[in-house]
Design a protein around this ligand. Structure first.
Ligand code: PBG
Length: 310
């Protein structure tokens, strides 16, 4: 009766890693229990998740080196396997909520989220065109939520304009509003083979020391037309989740990232803590801090626990 916070399977969004081809499944070494899947197997996985009540998915592509270039030009080709997969998923499960990723890093020979010049600088404004093209193709494929994870300034307004000009007024944008330059993304970069080839992401991702800056970013995103504000990572930034939830009426999302998943899994494998209890406590804490949407690699496992406890 007096419990203030309750987790529900409808809080979760499940990130998935897509492989090119058919019949392919490889485990991510640093994320036990998480697999890169080709589209045929991903459709089966989505069906299994939907049977558990998970209705929202965020799909990331694993892009072979041969497809990469400096401008991420393959990212907005309709025939590219990621875009075709989005279309297939939406056709097969029209009732599922499909989020996409907008950033150059999986497609870029530089491994950065934006265009890199000859001096190693990230070109914010020039990158917006590429991001707009990606977002438009993804919307055409049927994506419900566009997820710009690139942290270039002005991208929410730019993408919103491109979508509206092409009659995708109903496609939402979940802005990665306060995305910190974090060490907790390591396993994700292994999964996608998308680590920066040189330098780091500190010129566009936020400094972990800063909380007030999240307010500046959130003001901009709200003004530019974001439909959700996201904080990332989640566990080390619960104060930022609370700050945004206290100050904005938009839904707040939190990304419980790959490193946060890996830590619990690794300690669990060593028998150093109870991984299932630690998983449920982490997710509950993210919700308690104020997140309405939790992107988490634990989605399927936590859904099974919630179902068993019903
Ligand atoms: C890149 C992107 C990253 C994640 C989602 N999109 C990594 C990065 O910024 O280097 C991280 C997700 C995770 O660690 O689970 N655009």
């Amino acid at each position: 009766m007096v419990e203030e916070t309750k987790l529900s399977v409808s809080d979760f969004m499940y990130p998935l890693f897509l492989l090119e081809g058919k019949g392919k499944k490889t485990e991510v070494d640093s994320m036990p229990g998480i697999y890169r899947l080709s589209i045929d197997l991903m459709l089966k996985e989505i069906e299994a998740c939907m049977n558990l009540g998970i209705n929202a998915f965020d799909v990331f592509p694993v892009v072979d080196e041969k497809h990469k270039d400096k401008m991420a030009s393959i990212s907005y080709e309709e025939e590219f396997f990621y875009n075709q997969a989005l279309k297939k998923i939406k056709e097969t499960f029209p009732e599922a909520c499909i989020m996409t990723d907008v950033a150059m890093d999986p497609y870029s020979t530089d491994g950065h989220d934006g265009i890199v010049d000859e001096n190693g600088n990230i070109l914010n404004d020039e990158t917006l065109d590429v991001l707009g093209n990606m977002a438009l193709t993804q919307a055409e494929m049927g994506a419900d939520i566009i997820g710009p994870s690139d942290m270039m300034d002005g991208r929410v307004e730019f993408i919103r304009d491109v979508l509206d000009d092409n009659e995708f007024e109903n496609t939402s944008i979940m802005s990665y509003t306060a995305k910190y330059a974090s060490a907790f993304y390591g396993p994700f970069r292994d999964a996608l083979d998308s680590a920066p080839k040189s330098g780091d992401k500190k010129t566009y991702q936020m400094n972990p020391a800063n909380q007030r800056e999240a307010i500046i970013e959130a003001d901009l995103d709200e003004e530019e037309g974001a439909d959700f504000l996201m904080v990332k990572p989640a566990l080390a930034y619960l104060d930022v989740i609370k700050l945004l939830n206290d100050n904005y009426d938009l839904p707040i999302a939190a990304y419980n990232v790959s490193g946060e998943y890996a830590m619990i899994k690794a300690a669990g494998q060593k028998g150093w803590l109870d991984p299932q209890a630690a998983m449920m406590e982490s997710l509950l804490s993210i919700k308690r801090a104020g997140a309405n949407v939790i992107l988490t690699y634990f989605a399927k496992e936590a859904a099974q626990v919630l179902k068993a406890n019903k």
